[in-house]
Design a protein around this ligand. Structure first.
Ligand SMILES: [Zn+2]
Length: 311
């Protein structure tokens, strides 16, 4: 029987990115650094208590603009967590930019992380789960060793398409983009990409973002839904995700943000995960982690998973 592995990763998108998705950037009197200043410490404590070493995907710009962010990541790196590359500027339309910009975004993110934590990241996660063959080519040329951006999840794709349409109907402009629907046919277990990247081949190692088993309809197994599901719901979703030998639970820093404690009330109407307290969301995540452990999963970083599935 194949060994069962689980990886937890956290995209450290800062508050301003969420404002950009909802088309309300610059209109909120809120704390714009709550992810690094508040949520990151909660995540680190949670992982410590659960003896999990996780992968944090950082946006290079956030480390260049605020050296204290880099300092926090350096401590996490020294504690055994992996720091991955979430691009330099987190352009939601990175896949539609020219090759020169894409190279600058991938290399610039890696440079900023290396300068801050003292180690060059080997893994990449694209902004907004959107990736293309062209961006994969750039990743390969930049020496990226694995990617974890493919999200072959029909319910999520539909929800995102609907949300973007609603934002447009309200006359606002979202920075978020929706790419090739072929992603829905991509493998949901670790694979090496082919051409197109949604097929298996001999190319870069891909660790798709978590979805439940095929028979349960590939529901999204990501932090937002797990945290909102409550303790019981999180356990049930986790059981469905355990249909796969590799579980890749992707969180966001904001998953452990708290609207009241962190001064984010103005964002809460737009961002459902802010309608629950950090304490409640944490309890749901603990329930998911416990269920994975009970079912025999060993926790690894994504770099370790990529090495494991790399052949
Ligand atoms: Zn992101």
């Amino acid at each position: 029987m194949a060994e069962k592995l689980a990886a937890l990763s956290v995209d450290l998108d800062e508050i301003e990115n969420y404002a950009a998705i909802h088309g309300i950037a610059g209109k909120l009197g809120i704390v714009h650094t709550a992810v690094y200043d508040k949520a990151l410490a909660r995540l680190a404590t949670l992982f410590d208590e659960q003896s999990v070493r996780a992968t944090f995907f950082a946006i290079g710009r956030d480390l260049i603009d605020r050296p204290e962010n880099g300092e926090r990541l350096k401590q996490l790196h020294q504690a055994g967590h992996e720091i991955g590359n979430h691009s330099l500027s987190h352009f939601y339309d990175l896949t539609r930019r020219d090759a020169q910009t894409q190279h600058r975004e991938v290399r610039g993110g890696a440079d900023a992380i290396e300068a801050a934590v003292g180690a060059r990241p080997i893994g990449f996660r694209a902004p907004g789960y959107t990736i293309t063959d062209r961006l994969f080519e750039v990743l390969a040329r930049e020496g990226v060793q694995y990617d974890s951006s493919v999200f072959p999840c029909p319910p999520y794709y539909l929800a995102k398409a609907t949300a973007l349409a609603l934002i447009r109907l309200r006359g606002r402009h979202s920075r978020s983009v929706l790419d090739d629907p072929r992603v829905l046919t991509a493998p949901a277990d670790p694979y090496r990409i082919g051409t197109p990247y949604t097929k298996r081949g001999r190319g870069m190692r891909e660790l798709p973002i978590g979805v439940t088993g095929d028979r349960s309809g590939r529901l999204p197994y990501i932090g937002t839904y797990v945290a909102l599901a409550g303790r019981l719901g999180a356990r049930l979703l986790t059981r469905l995700a355990c249909a796969r030998d590799f579980v890749n639970l992707e969180l966001h820093g904001i998953d452990l943000a708290d609207a009241r404690e962190d001064g984010l009330e103005a964002l809460a109407p737009h961002q459902p995960d802010l309608r629950k307290t950090a304490v409640a969301k944490r309890a749901a995540l603990v329930s998911a982690i416990s269920e994975l452990r009970r079912r025999g999963y060993r926790f690894v970083t994504l770099a370790e998973a990529a090495a494991h599935y790399g052949h």
